[in-house]
Design a protein around this ligand. Sequence first.
Ligand code: ATP
Ligand code: MG
Length: 352
Amino acid sequence: PPTPRTSLKIGLIPADGIGKEVIPAAKEAIIALGSDIPKPEFIDLVAGWECFTRTGVALPEETLESLKEECDCALFGSVSSPSRKVVGYSSPIVSLRKKLDLYANIRPVVSVAPEVGQKPSVDLVVVRENTECLYVKQEKLTDGKHGKEARATRVITEHASRKIGLMAFELANSRPRKHLTIIHKSNVLSITDGLFRETVRAVPSLPSISGKYDGVTIAEQLVDSAVYRLFREPEIFDVMVAPNLYGDILSDAAAALVGSLGLIPSINAGDKFVMGEPVHGSAPDIESKGIANPLASIRSAALMLRHLGYTKGADRLDVAVDRVIREGKVLTPDLKGTSTTKEVLHAVLGKL
Ligand code: ATP
Ligand code: MG
């Protein structure tokens, strides 16, 4: 249940590229929810590559402080990345995930309109662990007997696997099909993936759970066959939970089933904070043209509100977006339409 609040403080970090076009659209959609959510108060915050080139810092201390101290949640746009490594620059989104302990990345992928090229009957959520696995970035290059040798360390902990497992079970339990698939490769990586698999499997028998997830059915899938089945029969999946790297790959693959990246939302969630973020990047090829698809950002706002317990507001946003897609009249060029970001936003506001 949502925490009782009189207002909802939402940090807005459009950052770079089309983030500056789609985050304002999501803001308008949230405002249109009226009394279905606590009165929203928006706090404009900066971060990103442009911020770095201007100030020398990609994630200013004031932005981080505001998120930690003032905001109840946040919406993040997208960051441009320099084409080569720049000393002192690292992606603010990666730092934010670490500093706010947003250990889960949740990406629902739903098809609502086969007419616009979506594979029918896709309704799944990828729950990706967001803090460890190969993303600990411990890599080493050494000189071996026969030339260079590169090694990377992969970290899987019981602690992080249990937390992501709990989030995945909670989510599966809240959905009609209540089905969870654990993704791993423990036939090859028996120690690391073995620990992930065992720990997630053990979640329902934790003393604190006491039967709460008895209705959730559990399946397992090796990551390679999971990708194969995702393309052949996506309808078998409901919630998929995976370590960081497999989750990254699976969620982009799942996005391909429903067409444009401009439709896929996500949240980065921890125990204390949630941040919505469209899955797409800064899309430099269409920047400033006013034709970026705002639907991924509006759906990210819905997902953020749903995570906070504001189901009614979230449902209204999702229904409005689905109707606009299904009608197929007001769509941006990525969905073969001819409309602008603003026109699509107004179509959504009309449905709301
Ligand atoms: P980045 O390095 O920031 O990720 P990118 O070049 O990889 O940039 P993406 O933003 O990941 O670009 O987008 C990949 C492709 O999908 C681009 O052609 C882009 O125009 C398109 N695209 C992504 N998001 C949207 C959107 N919201 N609306 C329309 N097209 C989009
Ligand atoms: Mg990209």
